[in-house]
Design a protein around this ligand. Structure first.
Ligand code: PHE
Length: 445
């Protein structure tokens, strides 16, 4: 098909879109819970180290491959692997695409919960009390209604394209998200009990550093948080000019993602202690409540106990969650859509519709078999899909991809010692470190 490839129009638009993909439920829910249960400040420290040493290089590798190929992840990996085998690249690309659909299959369900919880206080304000409590109570019917609503929201943005859809909406939603988050933190920190939470969050329990599980958890969290391994960052990189300095951009994206995760910890952990102060049970067997109970039971009960203001706090909190989720689902949706448009010559609207239907089918398989599939798919994506793809990106950038790869260009490397160091780091150190952690992940399953 003869068409000009859509692209991001500005560096800031690109950074906000990629940060939007990165900043999601993983930051606002996953990070604080992990921090609370893995030694507070000690987890934050290990997380920072793993992010800098391993996750940011993986993000760089993923984005750089897409950026230089200026193609969707299947085409980009095919190009990068052409010295060895185009088929290897193609299958790796398709594996990433499968990962994107699997990520969407559980993430859209959870995002639907956030959306219904955001609408619940709104309905209460409008006087629809029954509808409001239906929206706040988890049910099969609510999953059937809200998962498709969320998929449609992502589809509407994706259908508009890269500039008019992804870039525009990320640039709108991300600043709002930031303001809402800061506003909530300021409010919560003034409530009784909050300071105990701040202390628990920031005081490192260094005895936890001896626990090997800590590094595994931190790495899983860092890869998921930076959206590494499903091709979403690769496809975003491909919509950026080839001359862009990917290294600098990756650092900005990583910094924003880490900042928001850190701030989310400053919101969630003190909030739990405020809830405790109000008489709620927030520790189970010495561990802080983490899973769905934290977000969908402890927090709503706390908001209710705050009286009228609680309705607004709840509205703001769950709107924040919904926005964070939406800017993450669009990047994963773009992966298969870009593939269908570029490699299968489908018009964008048709590609978006097909992908949305596939995602809907995957979500519904989970909704109908929730107890067996939900946890399984999450474990597959987190413990297997993301690290193995990260490892593959390192091998591609460090070893397989030769022409057009600045990290494999002998003349360039000879003239720039810093590039040479960076090249060797990606080629030897990163895959070795990642393999060690990955083997440990597999052994801990
Ligand atoms: N990074 C997102 C989060 O933190 C999740 C995500 C993973 C998004 C993989 C896209 C791809 O919630």
């Amino acid at each position: 098909m003869n068409y000009t490839r859509d692209s991001f129009h500005s560096r800031i638009g690109f950074v906000l879109a990629a940060a939007g993909s990165a900043i999601g439920l993983g930051n606002i829910w996953g990070f604080p819970t992990q921090a609370a249960n893995n030694g507070g400040g000690a987890f934050v420290l290990v997380y920072l180290i793993v992010t800098v040493l391993l996750a940011l290089p993986a993000l760089y590798a993923e984005m750089y491959i897409g950026n230089q190929a200026q193609k969707n992840p299947v085409g980009a990996l095919q190009d990068a692997c052409k010295n060895v085998s185009r088929n290897l690249g193609k299958w790796a690309g398709l594996f990433g695409l499968l990962g994107a659909v699997l990520m969407l299959s559980f993430y859209s369900i959870v995002a639907g919960w956030m959306l219904s919880h955001a609408l619940s206080p709104l309905m209460a304000l409008l006087g629809f009390t029954e509808l409001s409590s239906w929206l706040a109570d988890s049910s099969f019917a609510r999953n059937l209604a809200f998962t498709p609503i969320f998929i449609i929201l992502s589809a509407l943005i994706i259908n508009k394209g890269v500039h008019a859809g992804i870039e525009r909406w990320s640039s709108r939603l991300m600043p709002i998200l930031f303001v809402l988050l800061i506003g909530l933190i300021i409010y919560i920190l003034q409530q009784p009990g909050a300071s105990e939470g701040v202390a628990m969050y920031l005081q490192p329990d260094f005895s936890q550093l001896k626990n090997p599980q800590l590094i595994i958890s931190a790495m899983g969290q860092a890869f998921f948080s930076l959206s590494i391994g499903v091709g979403g960052m690769m496809v975003y990189g491909s919509y950026m000019k080839k001359s862009a300095d990917m290294g600098k951009l990756v650092i900005s994206i990583g910094a924003l993602d880490t900042l928001i995760a850190f701030l989310a910890g400053l919101l969630i952990i003190p909030t739990l202690f405020v809830a405790q102060h109000m008489g709620q049970e927030v520790f189970v067997d010495g561990q802080l409540i983490g899973g769905p109970q934290l977000i969908f039971s402890v927090l709503p009960t706390l908001f209710e106990s705050m009286g009228d203001i609680g309705i607004y706090v709840s509205l703001v909190f769950f709107s924040l969650m919904s926005m964070a989720a939406l800017t993450s689902t669009i990047s994963s949706t773009e992966v298969p859509v870009a593939y269908l448009v570029e490699d299968k010559n489908l018009p964008r609207t048709k590609a978006t519709a097909i992908v949305s239907l596939i995602v809907l089918a995957a979500c519904m398989s989970i909704v109908f078999n929730f107890d067996t599939l939900f946890g399984l798919v999450i474990t597959w994506v987190n413990s297997f899909q993301l690290p193995i793809m990260g490892l593959f990106y390192f091998i591609v950038v460090g070893w397989i991809w030769k022409r057009g790869n600045q990290l494999n260009d002998a003349a360039l490397l000879a003239s720039k010692p810093s590039l040479k160091f960076w090249g060797n780091y990606l080629r030897y150190v990163c895959p070795a470190m990642l393999s060690v952690v990955f083997i440990n992940v597999l052994m801990s399953l």
